[in-house]
Design a protein around this ligand. Sequence first.
Ligand code: NAD
Length: 254
Amino acid sequence: MGRVAGKIALVTGGASGLGFADAKILVEEGAKVILTDVDVAKGKLAVSEIGPSATFIKHDVSSEQDWIDVINKIDELHGNLDILINNAGIVFMSDPVNCTLKEFRISNSIMSEGVFLGMKYSMPLLQKNSGGSIVNMSSTASHLGYPMIAYSAAKGAVRSMTKSMAIYCKAESLPVRCNSVHAGGIETPMVQFAQGRVGEAPIDVPAQGVLSAGSLGTPKDVASMILYLASDESRFVTGAEFLIDNGLVVSPAY
Ligand SMILES: NC(=O)c1ccc[n+]([C@@H]2O[C@H](COP(=O)([O-])OP(=O)(O)OC[C@H]3O[C@@H](n4cnc5c(N)ncnc54)[C@H](O)[C@@H]3O)[C@@H](O)[C@H]2O)c1
């Protein structure tokens, strides 16, 4: 309890999957969370499940004006921001030949431009206190070759932009850290879609114990890393990347 006590956090795409688990664990550990999403119904449901320390704001991360409005609202409500989790995302499965320019642009406007805008517009609030933390959701798609080119392009950009921001903050002596998390194979609606299991019951992943090769992980497996990176426990960690993939990148054959 209390690993992020008193901190203010913004989690984008928090209505579902990983973002919801991130918001939940941050509240359980003492933070106040602003959970944003384009899906208003799911966003409202999410904050009602998490409790009064979570607030929902409708937010399309690909919109510059939405970012300006969300940050102004957080300033009005709390006067500062300690944690930014750039999590919102979508996936088109299209390969390099069949991917349309529209799919490529939508993917990158949400996951590449959205992360850039989030970091840019959150900085004035993040640098107000002694220890701001940005965590950007990249993917194993920034390490491994996947045919889905639009998604891979965006996640590669996230991996690189994270290091740009980390080194900028160091060079300018700004009290903000920036790290990326690279999940792979976590059971969420996005992975159900990617694996053609929409409408089926989620796979029941054991909550305890080491997971076998080929197993999926749970959103909590990622949220635990998010919590560490959001907290002051990781104060000496910036510009780093964290694989949460049960060893997939180390050896894709297993
Ligand atoms: N699940 C995995 O195994 C996995 C692996 C690697 C990376 N990721 C990344 O983690 C993040 C969360 O994925 P997830 O698996 O929880 O997926 P998910 O589909 O369950 O959740 C994504 C959320 O983002 C929201 N969203 C989509 N477009 C948005 C926009 N323009 N503005 C604001 N919100 C928007 C959706 O409404 C949804 O609530 C994504 O960035 C994804 O690429 C997931």
